[in-house]
Design a protein around this ligand. Sequence first.
Ligand code: ZN
Ligand code: ZN
Length: 231
Amino acid sequence: MSSLLVADSKLQMSWQTDLLLKKRKNGLPLGFKNLGNTCYLNAVLQCLTYTPPLANFCLQLQHSAFCESLAQQDKKSDCPFCLLEKRIVRSLSVDLTLDTPGKIIGGLKIFAEHFRLGRQEDAHEFLRYVIDACHTTCLRLKKLQQQRHKLVSNGRGDGFSGSSVVKEIFGGALQSQVKCLACGNESNKVDEIMDISIDVLTSNSLKEAFQNFFKPETLDGNNKYKCESCK
Ligand SMILES: [Zn+2]
Ligand SMILES: [Zn+2]
């Protein structure tokens, strides 16, 4: 892989407090007004704003600097990651107690095409759309950078990497294992994930919810699994 493709510098996982305004460092987080069924959107924006590696990345304008260097200026207002970056920077730098995420609401369709303003929507679904939109944008920009580089150098194309800063922050791999209770044979399947859905209603803590999520279950009845090893 070419080092030219690495547009994202190393992630900073803890808060870079020098990037934060004093008020935001010590005071309460900036609140969002509910503009009629926008609580799902507000909740997602607050979660993303308080995800330190993403916030640090945005506060340093790392996405928009890269985006501007590649994209056509007139397209910039359509970029989901630019919108999100602006929003996060504003939330972590303005000296206010309450704000309205107007640009995100106005650009709702850039993130999730079928979402309707004023309608109650699902927070988890919206989060998925925002993460996907930003990830796709990063890949598109990387591809664009690669194409330009090839045009200039006329060199051999490097392998296209499917990684992005979004995937670095939210991405992971989930391994499901089926173990045969008769012969002990293990069958593993690995899926790439950007999130995990845990049951918070039946758990008292995040730890407990994760423990429930990873709890082994016995497959029986219709769920029974045919072992490749002992049949
Ligand atoms: Zn952008
Ligand atoms: Zn078996």
